[in-house]
Design a protein around this ligand. Structure first.
Ligand code: UGA
Length: 434
């Protein structure tokens, strides 16, 4: 099938590449000509495990193309995906100007029936808005479909190629058939393509992310309780996760959820509730808890050093908001670095992928090193902020030798408590004994 993808950000590139992988002919369009040229030359502008191989393969086999010309991109495409940014506007609600602008431009060009798919996370009612904007510009028939993405950064290729489910919001029969045909190869193991109306589909996306964020905030509060009553959150997690109604996944306490999705989507759903004069109490609590949780690690550090961090030096492992990504948007590391620097401390940090992004933001406010161990010398403590696999089983002899003091604050509960006691470390993690 011929497909166009408008917008070559994270979602657009993963979608375009993975759609080409099952034999579709995909053309991705972006207004940034320089970026288009680079992608044509085989340069992938994002870091995502497994994507590069697929990207190169599909370019080589002539199924994945790039252009800065919208008319060229959509001329032959049956389905046009909109994967454009929807940043929070001034009032916290998503700014739809990119999506609606592109929809109007597309309407001016089309000459035959097309299916326009909103892939970006958009507020309920956006499909109607897209339809209205397009109807003003054309008398050609078209369908507007909502098809939210459920891609996790770091495992996005797997999530796209083998989705738990695909949600498609449309009441247009022709569009339903085309979408069903398109997604068939991805759900061969029997996972469902769930068809529904556009509004339910749009809300499904917000509900999914908000529910997951709720799970995290809930576990973070349980962790805080554990510390107060002398329980261990990892045991409690296992104890409740074994109940299939609760489920094992997404129950890890930590230093708050970050990234480009959860904070934005929870806020947007809360805003939408407010606009509909509904007091969504749980969501407001989820956000409040997350704000507090971001501060937990620094508070532990401050308490340990009697509130005096002036002149102290810290080694920091992990900057990305989670492993397997270079994304630092809403990363807990940003808050932690800011607080430590304000308190007069210095920092040497290491992250396997995110250092260029942090450097671009913070410059030489902190020191960067190419390996985790290089961060240790002269450090009064090690702070673990992102759970990269490479930090999970370090050489503790080396930590003992190189750290100035055997002190670790772990925001991700990477190490076994008994082992750390045996090794003689002061080890302060989340929701567990010290
Ligand atoms: C999230 C969703 O998981 C995807 O399904 C969704 O498609 C995506 O947002 C999106 O809307 O585009 P992502 O932001 O990539 O994906 O990251 P997650 O793996 O979900 O992690 C989000 C945050 O929750 C991270 O800060 C992570 O550290 C935190 N987290 C996750 C926990 O604190 N505990 C957990 O048990 C799991």
């Amino acid at each position: 099938m011929k497909i166009a993808v408008v917008g070559t950000g994270y979602v657009g590139l993963v979608t375009g590449t993975c759609l080409a992988e099952t034999g579709n002919e995909v053309i991705c369009v972006d207004i940034n000509k320089e970026k288009v040229e680079k992608m044509r030359a085989g340069e992938l502008p994002i870091y995502e495990p497994g994507l590069e191989q697929l990207f190169h393969r599909n370019i080589k086999q002539d199924r994945l193309h790039f252009t800065a010309n919208l008319a060229e991109a959509i001329e032959e495409a049956k389905i046009i995906f909109l994967a454009l940014p929807t940043p929070p506007g001034g009032d916290g609600a998503a700014d739809l100007s990119y999506v609606l602008g592109a929809a109007a431009d597309i309407a001016k060009i089309i000459k035959e029936y097309k299916v326009i798919v909103t892939k970006s996370t958009v507020p309920v009612g956006t499909a109607d808005k897209v339809r209205a904007v397009m109807a003003k510009e054309t008398s050609i028939e078209f369908a507007v479909v909502s098809n939210p993405e459920f891609l996790r950064e770091g495992v996005a290729v797997e999530d796209f190629m083998k989705p738990d489910r695909v949600v498609v919001g449309t009441t247009d029969e022709r569009a339903r058939k085309l979408m069903s045909e398109l997604y068939g190869p991805y759900v061969r193991q029997g996972n469902p393509v769930i068809f529904m109306d556009e509004r339910s589909s749009e809300l499904t996306k917000y509900a999914a992310n908000s529910f997951l964020a709720t799970k995290i905030s809930f576990m973070n509060e349980i962790a805080n309780m554990c510390e107060l009553v002398g329980a261990d959150v990892d045991m409690v997690r296992r104890g409740i996760g074994a109940d299939a109604r609760i489920g094992k996944r997404f129950l890890f306490a930590g230093i708050g959820y970050g990234g480009s999705c959860f904070p934005k989507d929870v806020q947007a759903l809360a805003k939408s509730a407010e606009q509909n004069e509904y007091d969504f109490k749980i969501l407001n609590a989820v956000m409040d808890v997350n704000e507090i949780q971001k501060k937990v690690l620094v508070q532990k550090v401050k308490k340990y050093f009697n509130n005096d961090l002036n002149g102290k030096h810290f080694a920091l492992w992990g900057l990305a908001f989670k492993p397997e990504t270079d994304d630092i948007r809403e990363a807990p590391a940003l808050y932690i670095i800011d607080e430590l620097l304000q308190a007069g401390a210095t920092i040497t940090a290491h992250d396997p992928e995110a250092m260029p992004n942090i450097k671009a933001l913070l410059g030489d406010k902190i020191k960067y090193v190419e390996s985790a161990y290089e961060a240790l010398p002269k450090a009064d403590a090690l702070l673990i902020v992102t759970e990269w696999s490479v930090f999970r089983n370090p050489d503790f002899d080396r930590l003992t030798r190189d750290l100035k003091s055997k002190v670790i604050f772990d925001g991700r509960n990477l190490y076994d408590l008994d082992k750390m006691i045996d090794l003689g470390f002061y080890y302060n993690s989340i929701g567990r004994k010290i």
